[in-house]
Design a protein. Structure first.
Length: 198
């Protein structure tokens, strides 16, 4: 199914932190560059700055914390109950650090972005600066980001697209993270364009 400005895709964004990627997505949608609407923002943390960014754009916001549920299964069920209630077409994980179990009806409908060139530097515990530290420690000359479909295994779903950037000799994890994030901003939008208009 292809989406249009008259029939936009209904998106949910799940985040745990600053919401920079949410802002990037919201700005592209406001500019008419994606046939989509953000119908829900779920944060796993009450104090995530991403909630303030969502409020600035007038987006519906909800906090669901894993600690308030007895198990990953119960937490995941609560998250996807909210997603189904809003008839969400696609879920965008944007710095969402809580474990989720994906239900069958959302298979190939949940996207994630990883700050490295998968399959390298993925898996449990590999997020944020852990990834960039590992890339630097391995002496790689190139890094980048990967947008992929989520499965119930960390960072193992089918790749939608990747973007690359150089690793420079004087790079710190912060410097590399900043360069990779510039590619992430482009990659997530490009991936959504592919998904929404296959």
């Amino acid at each position: 199914m292809s989406f249009t400005a008259e029939n936009p895709a209904r998106l949910a964004v799940l985040l745990s932190g600053s919401g920079r990627s949410l802002q990037n997505l919201a700005e592209h949608i406001e500019a008419g560059e994606l046939p989509a609407r953000i119908e829900l923002v779920i944060s796993s943390r009450r104090k995530a700055f991403g909630l303030q960014r969502a409020e600035k754009f007038g987006l519906p916001r909800l906090v669901l914390r894993p600690r308030d549920f007895a198990s990953v299964a119960e937490y995941s069920a609560a998250v996807f109950d909210e997603i189904r209630a809003r008839r969400i077409d696609f879920v965008c994980l944007m710095g969402f650090l809580s474990l989720l179990r994906l239900p069958d009806d959302y298979e190939m409908r949940v996207l994630n972005i990883h700050p490295a060139l998968l399959p390298e530097f993925g898996g449990k515990g590999m997020y944020g600066h852990h990834v960039h530290d590992a890339v630097l420690a391995a002496g790689r000359k190139e890094s980048g980001c990967t947008v992929h479909w989520c499965t119930n295994e960390y960072d193992s779903g089918p790749i939608i697209l990747q973007r690359r950037c150089p690793v420079l000799p004087a790079d710190t994890a912060d410097a590399l993270a900043a360069r990779v994030f510039e590619q992430e901003k482009i990659a997530y939008i490009e991936a959504l364009r592919q998904v929404l208009n296959p």
